[in-house]
Design a protein around this ligand. Structure first.
Ligand code: ADP
Length: 254
């Protein structure tokens, strides 16, 4: 088995602790994510998925339990964690290549190396010819491809994605799922992917961790043993879908 990359041990997160506004977002989550694994977090809306991802990103701290990366506690954000959000968060005043190169520039990477890396990523995300386009001239799917390239630019150890395809139409979403599968197969980047779509989770993941209704605990972890590319009409896909939907529906009803 591959090395454990991200480890959550009895993680709890309370917002506004000990006040009348206290919210227990996460109660007791333990989960190990191995190097190269693609794991989706699925669960009812508001159950704590994004909160968990933010804690792995180092933007929020756990109020109890431990969360570590390579065995060391996560105590803040770092360039070794690339993040993609639902909103594209590109710099509107910079062209595609500059948006992708941003992290490399901050890190003081040489211009030649920046150019080489940006060309490689542009090709990986299939945006050749758009290097000098501004975000406003791109479709939602293209913007999200740029955001993925930007997150990968620094060659982070892990990729964190918070409903990255939530704002896209079905066709674009399906294309990006294929792109992301291909990218994951070529980079083997350890990925934590938050979604509320059972279909997305099964199409993309090695494992799907289902969170309970808030306060979140891990209800069930499903290992998706299907070859890529996956098809939503495949009978084994449908079998997983039924299984996960049934478990998810029990939580949504709570
Ligand atoms: P999900 O991603 O599963 O939809 P979230 O992680 O965004 O859920 O939110 C989990 C719960 O924590 C929600 O009830 C939300 O209102 C609450 N929450 C999230 N961030 C904060 C915050 N900064 N302060 C107080 N409550 C918060």
């Amino acid at each position: 088995m591959a090395q454990i990359k991200i480890s959550a041990n009895k993680v709890e997160k309370r917002f506004n602790p000990d006040t009348t506004n206290e919210v227990i977002a996460i109660e007791d989550v333990s989960l190990d994510i191995h190097e190269g694994e693609f794991v989706s977090l699925l669960g009812p809306s508001g159950c704590g998925k994004s909160t968990f991802l933010f804690m792995v990103g180092g933007f929020e701290m756990a109020t109890a339990g431990t969360l570590s990366l390579n065995g060391a506690p996560i105590d803040g954000p770092s360039a070794n964690r690339g993040i993609v959000f639902q909103e594209y968060l590109l710099f509107p005043w910079q062209v595609v290549s500059k948006n992708i190169a941003y992290g490399l520039q901050i890190a003081g990477v040489s211009k030649a190396e920046q150019d080489r890396r940006v060309a490689e990523l542009i090709s990986m995300i299939g945006l050749q010819g758009f290097e000098n386009a501004y975000p406003e001239s791109l479709s939602g799917g293209m913007k999200q491809r740029v955001a993925i390239a930007r997150a990968l630019a620094y060659d982070p150890e892990i990729l964190l994605m918070d409903e990255p395809f939530g704002a896209l139409d079905a066709q674009t979403r399906s294309r990006l799922i294929n792109d992301l599968t291909r990218i994951h197969q070529s980079t083997h980047k350890t990925t934590l992917f938050v979604t509320h779509s059972v279909e997305e989770a099964i199409l993309l993941s090695d494992r799907v961790a289902l969170f309970s209704a808030r306060p979140a605990r891990i209800k069930e972890v499903f290992e998706i043993d299907l070859p890529h590319p996956r098809s939503v009409t495949d009978k084994n896909f449908v079998r997983y879908e039924r299984l996960i939907l049934k478990s998810l529906e029990e939580e949504v009803k709570k």
